[in-house]
Design a protein around this ligand. Structure first.
Ligand code: GLU
Length: 305
């Protein structure tokens, strides 16, 4: 397996030149555009690594999956989906336009920024710090790594440049979709985007979802099975920004990408996969990471369809 992974990484490194590292969060502009790494963790507790698997990166929108999981555990499906939809979006991830034009003002889904900010507000906790900690602890448990930290420079960079997210959150507060202190909720959201991980951490997180909530290394139930079903469904239809449909056609597995260049993928009942490649295409997805997953899906026949 590792031989095949090394070949796939080597072959696809060249595609980094077709994209760009994100710059709208200034700290993220420092990422190495040519880094490309992968980790696979399967249900038999094997880990397979190739390329730049030690590269550290911030989890960014991949955290939206865990925020949704915590909101669902804390409030239940009915309340969560009364405040956020479950439909794909053809607008940019940080778009504000549909919030005003949709009758309900509900964000389209939990993986656009508006939806993730709503889900953050729904997580248990009396303050932003408590909400952050609730999700952060779940991330560390899912990754089986207590040493995971927040990258404070990225957090500060997000907080001071996140004015579109701020506009979204205040609009949602005005529409009575989020309660509580807006800045507090935003701090939790920005901090969760700034959690620093490696592909090994993210592959393990994905494995838990692939294994219906059970950690294969301890047989402990970390997430309820019905919540894993919802996560996989939303990842499948909304996980890759505006390219979610194309990803379903070409790769065919539930996944979530982030502007740090990570793509977390779940192969139900088989394995968790994480790739990192900070050079992004126009949709915000890792250019080389997508190619790696496309090759891998073909080689191992991973599509769920
Ligand atoms: N922190 C980023 C933002 O809200 C996350 C974006 C992403 O990875 O899609 O702008």
């Amino acid at each position: 397996m590792e031989k095949m992974l090394n070949e796939i990484i080597k072959k696809n490194k060249i595609y980094a030149k077709d994209g760009r590292v994100t710059t709208y969060i200034p700290e993220l502009a420092k990422a190495d555009p040519d880094a490309l790494g992968i980790a696979i963790y399967d249900l038999q507790n094997n880990i397979f690594l190739a390329g730049d698997f030690e590269t550290k990166f911030t989890i960014q929108s991949v955290s939206k999956v865990i925020i949704l999981a915590c909101a669902l555990i804390d409030q239940g499906k009915e309340i969560v989906f009364s405040k956020v939809g479950a439909e794909p979006s053809a607008d940019a991830f940080n778009s504000i336009v549909k919030l005003e034009t949709r009758d309900s003002h509900k964000p389209l889904n939990p993986f656009i920024n508006a939806g993730a900010i709503v889900c953050t507000s729904l997580v248990n906790g009396n303050s932003g710090y408590e909400k952050f900690n609730r999700v952060f602890k779940t991330i560390k448990t899912m990754a089986n790594n207590p040493t995971i930290k927040v990258n404070e420079q990225v957090f500060i960079s997000e907080k001071f440049t996140g004015n579109t997210n701020r506009a979204i959150a205040y609009y949602l507060k005005g529409a009575n979709i989020i309660n509580g202190d807006v800045e507090d909720v935003l701090d939790a959201y920005f901090k969760l985007c700034s959690v620093e991980v490696t592909v090994k951490d993210v592959a393990k997180m994905a494995t838990i979802i692939a294994n219906n909530g059970i950690a294969p290394w301890s047989n402990e139930a970390i997430l309820p099975v019905d919540i894993c079903k919802v996560l996989k469904a939303i990842m499948m239809i909304c996980g890759l920004y505006n390219a979610s449909g194309e990803f379903a056609v070409n790769i065919g597995i539930p996944a979530k990408s982030g502007v740090g260049g990570c793509i977390m993928s779940v192969v139900p009942n088989k394995m968790g996969i994480a790739v990192i490649g900070p050079s992004l295409d126009e949709n915000g997805n890792s250019v080389a990471g997508l190619k790696v997953l496309e090759n891998l899906s073909k080689e191992l026949d991973l599509s769920i369809f």
